[in-house]
Write a protein that binds this ligand. Structure first.
Ligand SMILES: Cc1cc2nc3c(=O)[nH]c(=O)nc-3n(C[C@H](O)[C@H](O)[C@H](O)COP(=O)(O)OP(=O)(O)OC[C@H]3O[C@@H](n4cnc5c(N)ncnc54)[C@H](O)[C@@H]3O)c2cc1C
Length: 414
């Protein structure tokens, strides 16, 4: 009887356990989870609704993984998004596909996804051991068990390390797995927050805190480069420290060298209007009430809290009557509306990131089995691996695909 120990009962660990138990009914599969309830992070995914995958083909999955996406090609071919959807539907969780092909349970309850995983694991004969794993036991470069903080040891022929990353540590993911892997000789590439709100230099962000700009275009640049690194139309939220919201989170995945490079963004507040159209629009608004002050004449065009900031940045006096505004002054206003500049000076801490970038080097993992190339019997699954994706269900898909492959191979391989 083959014994499999899985460290971490999150999305990847639970799927690995199910896959291992179902691939070999005679195996003994144990999930070691430090929390009393598994998959606490999954409970908060998708704002409690759990965007469980993205309804798309493998090429699209890979295109949405800016770092090491190709490493996942075999795992997606073996267990892609259609497989994840069938898995949950077969578990009795009805799914729906929303905007951007994001898949959610019809119930809009992440707990249904967690319950389905736990029930399926239990029905497949998986054992659960509550405790914090501290060390993977090995000799002659072959694993033989896992040591827990309480002094207990669990013997194992294969160990799957699926402890997640370091973000949202209250859910249990505190980065323990990195240390355990390092001790066995694995390389852990630099850890950094990804899908994370951004801190901006401009003090006016704090004054705008709470303002959500819908349908703007934000283009993110590296200082000195002409081509944007990332440009997207969508929603951007001002916070007391800078910016957040879906567009910001996705952009953050591209700003990987925050300590080495300088980045800024330009917000086009009116992407649907060309410069000429915007000029005509301003002239029309101004001509409606010629004696109004500039500061009182932009209400139809911009959110109220943004008006004094746009005026100040344009350098035009807000108390000027609109009938006195020159073409040059209009151009200054237009250039701020079409390119409101914010300098990014950092990210929020990793604890606030949706995803942890960096992790176990993919060069040291076999892509078709998720097995370590360094230690026999060791496997990796989920966010601990140095891959990370955009929002849209792609990160859970990574956890499920790598978990499935690691689980299946952990029972089949020596
Ligand atoms: C707020 C938020 C919202 C998100 N929403 C989405 C979404 O809608 N869609 C999406 O695709 N992705 C989403 N993600 C990302 C997604 O949750 C993760 O990518 C995914 O959970 C990673 O799965 P994992 O199993 O690798 O790690 P985790 O889910 O973090 O699980 C790791 C498990 O290991 C346990 N563990 C850690 N160390 C030890 C130890 N030493 N001993 C025993 N157990 C240990 C932890 O307690 C935890 O249960 C979201 C993330 C956050 C923070």
């Amino acid at each position: 009887m083959k014994k499999i120990a899985i460290i971490g009962g999150g999305a990847a660990g639970l799927m690995a356990a199910i896959s291992a138990a179902q691939s070999d009914r005679s195996s003994s599969v144990t999930v070691i989870e430090r929390n009393s309830r598994p998959a606490r992070k999954v409970m908060i995914t998708g704002k409690g609704r759990c965007n469980v995958t993205n309804n798309c083909n493998n090429e699209t999955l890979i295109a949405n993984i800016p770092k090491n996406g190709k490493f996942l090609y075999s795992a997606f071919s073996e267990f892609g998004s259609a497989d994840v959807m069938s898995f949950f539907e077969e578990c009795g969780v009805s799914l729906k596909t929303e905007r951007g092909n994001r898949v959610f349970p019809v119930s809009d309850r992440a707990v249904d996804i967690v319950d389905a995983l736990v029930d399926k694991a239990k029905k497949s004969g998986v054992n659960f051991a509550q405790g914090r794993a501290t060390k993977i036991l090995s000799s002659n470069n072959k694993v033989f068990g896992v040591k827990l903080e309480n002094g207990m040891s669990i013997s194992a022929d294969s160990v799957i390390l699926s402890t997640g990353g370091m973000s949202y540590p209250l859910t249990g993911s505190t980065g323990d797995g990195y240390e355990m892997a390092k001790e066995l000789g694995h390389t852990v590439n630099e850890i950094y927050p990804s899908l994370v709100p951004l801190v901006c230099h401009e003090g006016f962000c704090s004054a705008l805190s709470g303002l959500a700009l819908k349908n703007i275009t934000a283009s993110f640049f590296e200082e000195g480069k002409k081509k944007p690194i990332y440009s997207e139309q969508g929603e951007l939220l001002f916070t007391h420290f800078g910016i957040s919201g879906p567009l910001t989170l996705s952009a953050s995945a591209h700003l990987r060298y925050m300590n080495k490079k300088s980045y800024y963004l330009l917000i086009d507040l009116k992407p649907a209007l060309s410069i000429e159209q915007l000029d005509k629009r301003l002239l029309r608004d101004f001509s409606a009430e010629l004696n109004k002050d500039l500061k009182n004449s932009l209400d139809a065009l911009l959110p109220k809290s943004l008006i004094p900031i746009v005026i100040k940045l344009s350098g035009v006096d807000g108390n000027i009557k609109v009938n006195q505004i020159t073409k040059e002054q209009r151009n200054s206003i237009i250039s701020v509306i079409k390119g409101l500049k914010l300098h990014i000076i950092g990210t929020r801490p990793i604890e606030e990131a949706i995803i942890t970038g960096g992790g176990i080097s993919v060069k040291e993992i076999e892509p078709n089995t998720m097995m370590s190339k360094i230690v026999s019997g060791l496997y990796f699954a989920g966010e601990i691996i140095d891959v990370d994706a955009y929002t849209g269900g792609f990160n859970l898909q990574i956890a499920f695909s790598t978990g499935f492959v690691a689980g299946k191979n952990s029972v089949n391989k020596e």
